[in-house]
Structures are given as C-alpha cells and as structure tokens.
Design a binder for this molecule. Structure first.
Ligand code: 5AD
Ligand code: SF4
Length: 474
C-alpha cells in the first residue's frame, strides 16, 4: 500500500475519512480480535472502475482488511458495478442474488454495491426493494467515503444508501492498494460532458473535472519509484484534461511533463474523443519518446448520419483525416477503436459504412458492442426497428472483417523484433512469459520469471489471430 501526498481539493474530506478509518479499524478489531477480517472486491466494466477499486481497496486495507479471492471467504463483499450496457447490469444482479445463501450462512457478512449502476435511481430502488440482504449501496461520487459508510453500517446495523450526486469533488491523499505494480492506472480526469446520445456515463459520473498536474505528476513519480513500467492515464475523455483548472494546461502539456520524468517507463492513455483529438496531441505523442505508439480512438460508426444521431460531433472524413495525420507523424502507430452496431434506426447500408471504415483504417484491434438501450439517454427514446438477431449478424460480419485484417497485420510482424514489456508468466505453460508490444499486441515467449516487469527485445516467430509467439533476442 502506498500513501499519496495530500494535494489540494478537499483536505477537510481527507481528514474526515482518515478519522473514519481509525474508527472503523477499532470496531473491526473489537469484532474480529486477532483474526484479520477479509474483503472480496469484484470490479465490473472499464479501467476507470478498476482504478476506483484500487482506491477503495486502499481504504479497506487501512481499515484493517486483508483481501481474498472468493466471496465465500469474505466478511465484506464489494461489487463495483458498470452501467454502460444491460448485459453488465444483468451480471451484477445475477452475482448479487448468488450472495444471498452465503449471507444466510454467515450473517455478519456485509454486502456492498457501488459504482455507476448504483448512481441510477431505478437501480438503487430495485436493490432497496428486492435485495434486502444488501447492506450498503453507494454511487460513483462517494467512493472515497467508504470508511465513513462502512462505519455507519457496522455501528448502526441499518442499511445505508448514499447516492447523492452533489459532491463531485476530487479527493487526493488517501491510500491506494494496487493489484499489480508493473502496469499502473493513473486517473487524470473524471466525468464526461459529451452526452453521446447512447451513453449513460455523463449521467452516472457527472461533469468533467481534472486532477491538478501536481497531483498527477506526484502520483506518477511514486508509481515509477515503486517499479511501474507502464502508466496508463485514465479519463472518459482525456483530451479535455485541464478544463476548469486554475492553471492553464491541456492534455498534450501534461503528456510532455510526464514524459520528462526520469525513468524507463511507457505512457499510454485512454480514452480520446475524436472531436477533441488535436494535431497538437498527435505531434506531442510523436515527440515524446515514452508515449506508446498506440492510440485508442473510438469511432463508434463510419456513417455520418449515425455519427450525428449519436451526437459524436465529428464526421467520417474528419476522423479519417486524423488517422492520416497520426500515421504521417508516427508511421508505426497502432490504432484501436470502439464500435457500436445496431444504433437505433441504423440500416444495413449505414452499417456497411462502418465496415468500409474499419478496412480503411486497418485497426490493430477493436472493441465491438451491440447497441444496448440505457434508460434516461436520448437514444433510448428513438425508434429501434432492427431485431437483435439482425444486429448480431452485423456484428459477426464486422468481426470476420477484423479477423481478416488482424491476421494480415500479425503475419506482417513475423520476423521483426519488438521491444516488449514482460507482464507475467503465462498460466498455460511453465517457462513461458507474456508481454505486450508498445502497439498493444500480446506476445508469448520463453524466458525466466525474473524477466517479469522488464523490457525485452523479442523476435516474432509465429502469428496467431490475437497473439504472437516469439523468441527473446539479447
Ligand atoms: N450500447 C452499446 N455500447 C455502448 N457503449 C457505450 N454506451 C453503449 C451502449 N448504450 C460503448 C461505446 C464506448 C464503450 C466504452 O462502450 O463504444 O466507447
Ligand atoms: Fe460516453 Fe461519449 Fe462520454 Fe465516452 S465521450 S463516456 S461514449 S458520453
């Protein structure tokens, strides 16, 4: 566990939560004696949630919890939920229902649900009514208040619901418990102001707010000192970093300052919105030797009418111009994207524009989603005549195209040597390591476990669709 330096925003809140950490720790010691209480934290959804969970785990560890891998073994179960698609929500309801018999066997178990799903009133109400064994519910705005909320549950014996959204503050200086040290998540901004018509995020994560550059740089320095070799800057829309801060700073400037830090590490970031992806950003990536030559630039659709209905505020032509410029300044850049198929009213012909764009850009990989209506968003009110099965067919067609592209791309990498960050040993076979190129492609190769967390040069010997196999070159 590491302690960040307190820097700005709400020192009073930090002091208050530190007091609650002490109080909660005292209650837990009284209840568990010499045994260490165990917490199971399960995270759904995006890296933003993973990062929030690391911060909540830091708070739990400070309260005295150790962590376990299964809900069965836990005294405290926390699900950090995702609201971006219905499927993710269904999984939470299913997994939460499965906790009921556990709680019957172990009545002192505290069950908590938090995150994006809980920030929606209809969901919190459903939990209140139909899941009476859930003790604690809190939304995205309250995650740093976990010690206080937990203390209330422990001492009152009552259910606690905290989904107030008035406090969209950033709290610095609380502990963080990171799952891995080589690859680190570093949030630079929270929230989203874009209101893409299909997306629930602006409703559940609130308005954009940036951390100060001092807070980001301090945390980055600490991560590097602790052995991080890859730092991924996080935000729903990192390109609007700096809006609302006292200091006049934008995202490219933040990248330049991070790039200037000492140490052998690489910088990634996600997510960039194409409407705010500037030539300055692309030039900065090209200039900064620590920036991975990888850009995740979600296009969502290749058709201008659909892009307009999605409220994306760029055209296919503008997007392709950005890609052309990115490649002109970084010929080896690897591009990845997100795509939604079956947006309300989308026709097959319009979908084919997405397919042609995918062929034109030649992505390294992409995340594809079938449109999922989200209550409260504009798109959820639109006519949506195309049946789900048809949308699934389009999706399969798109995936087949991407597979063909990926196969060609990986085949063209055979024989070449890449600098790879060794992330782990593979589970399947002893003596095999797995790493990632700067372009974000996975590669397996034989090597000693001691190489995990270092950079190695690896020659690609064989290409599969999603993974490369290689051998280490000295
Ligand atoms: N349905 C399907 N996919 C969605 N995404 C966001 N909202 C929805 C939705 N309602 C996808 C977008 C976004 C990614 C994180 O999730 O592609 O970029
Ligand atoms: Fe959702 Fe659009 Fe914001 Fe991304 S930019 S979080 S898709 S509203």
């Amino acid at each position: 566990m590491e302690l960040q330096k307190a820097s700005s925003v709400s020192l009073a809140e930090v002091t208050k939560q530190k007091e609650y950490i002490e109080l909660t720790a005292t209650v837990l010691r009284a209840r568990f004696g010499h045994e260490t209480p165990k917490a199971f934290v399960h995270t759904y959804g995006c890296q933003g949630n993973v990062s929030d969970s690391e911060r909540m785990k830091g708070l739990l560890a400070a309260c005295g919890y150790a962590f376990c891998e299964r809900a069965e073994d836990a005294d405290f179960v926390l699900f950090n939920t995702c609201a971006v698609r219905e499927h993710a929500e269904d999984r939470v309801f299913g997994n939460c229902g499965a906790l009921k018999p556990l709680k019957e066997k172990k009545p002192h178990m505290i069950i908590a649900l938090c995150g994006c799903m809980m920030q929606q009133e209809h969901i919190a109400n459903r939990i209140r009514k139909s899941y009476p064994f859930v003790n604690l519910v809190f939304g995205t705005f309250a995650f740093h208040r976990l010690p206080e909320l937990l203390y209330k549950v422990l001492t009152s014996g009552k259910r606690v619901f905290e989904t107030d959204e008035t406090k969209g503050m950033i709290v610095e200086g609380l502990p963080v418990h990171r799952d891995r040290s080589v690859k680190a998540w570093l949030p630079v901004m929270y929230g989203c102001d874009n209101f893409c018509s299909y997306c629930i995020v602006p409703y559940v994560r609130g308005r954009e707010r940036s951390r100060t550059p001092q807070a980001v740089l301090e945390e980055a320095k600490q991560l590097i000192a602790d052995g991080a070799k890859e730092i991924t800057l996080l935000g729903q829309n990192v390109n609007s970093y700096g809006k609302g801060l006292q200091e006049n700073i934008n995202f490219p400037e933040l990248l330049r300052r991070l790039n200037a830090l000492e140490g052998d590490f690489i910088i990634r970031f996600m997510t960039s919105h194409p409407k705010d992806c500037t030539k300055e950003l692309l030039d900065t990536m090209a200039e900064c030797e620590k920036c991975a030559r990888h850009l995740h630039l979600p296009v969502q659709s290749g058709n201008n009418r659909i892009l307009s209905e999605m409220n994306r505020r760029y055209t296919r032509e503008h997007y392709l111009e950005l890609i052309r410029y990115a490649r002109s300044v970084m010929p080896d850049i690897s591009l990845t994207t997100d795509i939604i198929t079956g947006f309300p009213g989308e026709t097959y012909e319009e979908f084919l524009d997405t397919v042609s764009l995918v062929r034109e850009v030649n992505y390294t990989s992409m995340f594809t989603f079938i449109y999922s209506p989200r209550k409260g968003t504009k798109a959820a009110e639109m006519d949506d005549p195309v049946p789900y099965e048809e949308k699934s067919r389009w999706m399969r067609e798109l995936l087949a195209v991407q597979e063909e592209i990926a196969a060609k791309r990986t085949a063209s990498m055979v024989g070449k040597v890449f600098r790879v960050l060794v992330e782990d040993q593979t589970r399947e076979k002893d003596g095999l390591l797995t790493g990632r190129t700067a372009g974000n492609v996975n590669i397996d190769f034989a090597g000693e476990a001691s190489l995990v967390g270092t950079f190695c040069f690896v020659r690609v010997t064989q290409a599969g669709n999603w993974i490369l196999h290689g051998e280490r070159v000295e």
